[in-house]
Write a protein that binds this ligand. Structure first.
Ligand SMILES: C[S@@+](CC[C@H](N)C(=O)[O-])C[C@H]1O[C@@H](n2cnc3c(N)ncnc32)[C@H](O)[C@@H]1O
Length: 329
C-alpha cells in the first residue's frame, strides 16, 4: 500500500471499527474528515493510531443519533461497512428483521450528506440471491434516486496480496453519471499462492510465508478469520468452520487461544505443536501494518481485526474511486 500523496478528496467513515477501511482510504490519498464507531475500544484504536483525526466513539459515534446534514459540502466520499451479522453465513441471516441491520442508516447518512460518491461494504453473503430483494429494496432503490450505482462487485482479498481467503461485496455510487461511467472496479494486483498462472501479476504469499514460518512443504491462504465479537463470549478463537479447521491443520497453525503478544504465543506452545497465533499475527493476516495499535482485551482486539476490511483491499477500492473522481474534476 504505497502511500499516495493527498488527492484533496475528503472522506468520512461510518461503522469505522478499528479502522481497516479508514486506513485504506488514507493511504490512497484521502483527507480524513471523521470516523463514527459505537464501540469505545474500537474508536480508541483509531484515536491511538491517528491522534489528529476526528473520531466520534461510543454514544457520540452511534450513527442512529447523528444529524448528517452538518457534513454537507464537507465530504467527497462517504464509506462504511454496516454490521454484517444480519447477513453472514455464520449467523441466522435475518436481514431487515435483525435489529443490528444498519443499512438504512448508511442510506440516510448518504442522502443527508450527498457526497460525490459512496462506498458501502459487507460480507459477500449479502450478494447471494437470498438477499437480492433486500439489497434492491433497502440499498439500491433509495440510493439510485440520487446516485448512479456501479455494478455490485465481490472482491477477494487474496487477489490484492492479503494472505487470507476473504470475500467482500462493494456498493459504489456516484452523483455524476459521467463519473460513474468512468469508474472501474479494481483489477487484481496479485495472483493467489497456489494458482497455476500469474498472468504477469505478483504472486501473493501463503500465510506461513507471510508470518515468516519455516517451509513445511505446504502453504496457502489462511482460511477466513472470524471476528471474535460474533462468536462465544470473549472467545480468542478465530476459527470459522470445519473446513477452516482442516486447513489450519494442514498449515500447522493453531487458530484457538490466540495470544495477545508474540512472546506470550511462543511461551504457550499448542498441544499439537502447531504455531500459536498472536494478535499481531492475525493483524498481519488481515493486511494491517505492523504496530497498528488495537485497544482492549485480546478478544476485543481480535474482534476489531476480524471485522475489518483488509486495508490493502480498501486501498484499491479507494484508489479506483479517487481515479474516477479525479477524471471528473
Ligand atoms: C463490520 S464492522 C466495520 C469494520 C470497518 N469497516 C473496518 O474496516 O475496520 C461494523 C462496525 O459497526 C459498528 N457499529 C454497529 N452499530 C453501530 C452504530 N449504531 N453506530 C456506529 N457504529 C456501529 C460495530 O461496532 C462495528 O465496529
Amino acid at each position: 500500500m504505497p502511500a499516495i500523496s493527498s488527492t484533496g478528496l475528503r472522506s468520512l467513515s461510518l461503522f469505522s471499527g478499528g479502522g481497516g477501511l479508514d486506513l485504506g482510504f488514507e493511504r490512497a490519498g484521502f483527507d480524513h474528515v471523521a470516523s463514527y464507531e459505537i464501540m469505545e475500544d474500537a474508536a480508541a484504536t483509531i484515536v491511538k493510531a491517528r491522534p489528529d483525526w476526528q473520531v466520534f466513539g461510543g454514544e457520540d459515534g452511534d450513527v442512529r443519533n447523528v444529524d448528517w446534514k452538518k457534513w454537507r459540502r464537507k465530504v467527497d466520499v462517504l464509506h462504511g461497512g454496516p454490521p454484517c451479522q444480519p447477513f453472514s453465513h455464520a449467523g441466522r441471516q435475518r436481514g431487515a428483521l435483525d435489529p443490528r441491520d444498519m443499512w438504512p442508516q448508511f442510506v440516510r447518512a448518504t442522502l443527508e450528506i450527498m457526497p460525490a460518491a459512496f462506498v458501502g461494504e459487507n460480507v459477500s453473503a449479502l450478494a447471494d440471491s437470498k438477499f437480492s430483494e433486500y439489497v434492491t429494496a433497502n440499498i439500491l432503490a433509495p440510493l439510485s434516486e440520487r446516485y448512479t450505482i456501479a455494478p455490485v462487485t465481490v472482491l477477494h482479498a487474496g487477489d490484492f496480496g492479503v494472505p487470507q481467503v476473504r470475500r467482500r461485496v462493494f456498493f459504489v455510487g456516484f452523483r455524476s453519471k459521467v463519473t460513474a461511467r468512468r469508474y472501474r472496479s479494481p483489477e487484481p494486483t496479485h495472483c493467489r499462492p497456489n494458482s497455476p498462472s500469474g498472468d504477469g501479476r505478483r504472486r501473493g504469499l501463503g500465510v506461513r510465508a507471510a508470518l515468516g514460518l519455516p517451509d513445511i512443504g505446504f502453504d496457502d491462504l489462511s482460511p477466513t478469520i472470524r471476528s471474535t465479537l460474533n462468536g462465544p463470549r470473549n472467545t480468542t478463537s478465530i476459527l470459522n468452520s470445519v473446513s477452516a479447521k482442516k486447513k489450519f491443520e494442514q498449515l500447522a497453525i493453531w487458530p484457538n487461544g490466540v495470544a495477545m503478544t508474540r512472546e506470550m504465543a511462543h511461551r504457550f506452545v499448542a498441544q499439537n505443536g502447531h504455531f500459536r497465533l498472536s494478535v499481531p499475527d492475525v493483524a498481519l493476516i488481515q493486511g494491517f501494518p505492523d504496530g497498528w495499535p488495537f485497544v482492549g482485551a485480546t478478544y476485543m482486539m481480535l474482534g476489531q481485526i476480524g471485522n475489518a476490511v483488509p486495508p490493502p483491499l480498501g486501498y484499491q477500492v479507494a484508489r479506483a474511486v479517487a481515479a474516477a473522481l479525479a477524471k471528473a474534476a
